[in-house]
Design a protein around this ligand. Sequence first.
Ligand code: ZN
Length: 178
Amino acid sequence: MPVTPFRFGPGLALKGAAAPVFSWTAFAVATVLIDCESLYYLIRQEYPVHRFLHSLVGASLVGLIAAAACHAFLRVLSVRAPQLLAPDGSASAAVRGERAGLGALLGGLAGGLSHPILDGIMHPDVRPFMPWSDRNPFLGLVSETVLHLTCVVAALIGVAGLAFWRAATRGALPERGS
Ligand SMILES: [Zn+2]
């Protein structure tokens, strides 16, 4: 799945479930970075196109790098341009999750670890347990249609979850003020 929007659905579901402690940005950055590998080998027409970064070990490392990069970037942004992250002076639950170190770590790792599994379902050249094994137990676990549909449903659940967090935060504000 070289960088398809379906990819971001599961991340959105996790963001919707745990907005204050999960960074969707780190999830998305990890996913895109990992697919740079397959894109690189596709352009060069060298096969297999899924290699070390599409293993659980390689993808976890990319996830950690994505987490560190996103965390550093958002720290700088919250110092240099705080109004961008908290326009009315207080950050929403969703923004807090993007800014937090734990959020970046969880987002980056989830983006990394889910990648070889989701790609492994569709692509026979993915070796999730490399360098120890060439087996791909995820291959064909569900059909491509079911996989894409699940990603879309996950995205919708995530959007609903984010709406819930937004409403909950707004509902809590007047109470705090009174
Ligand atoms: Zn991929």
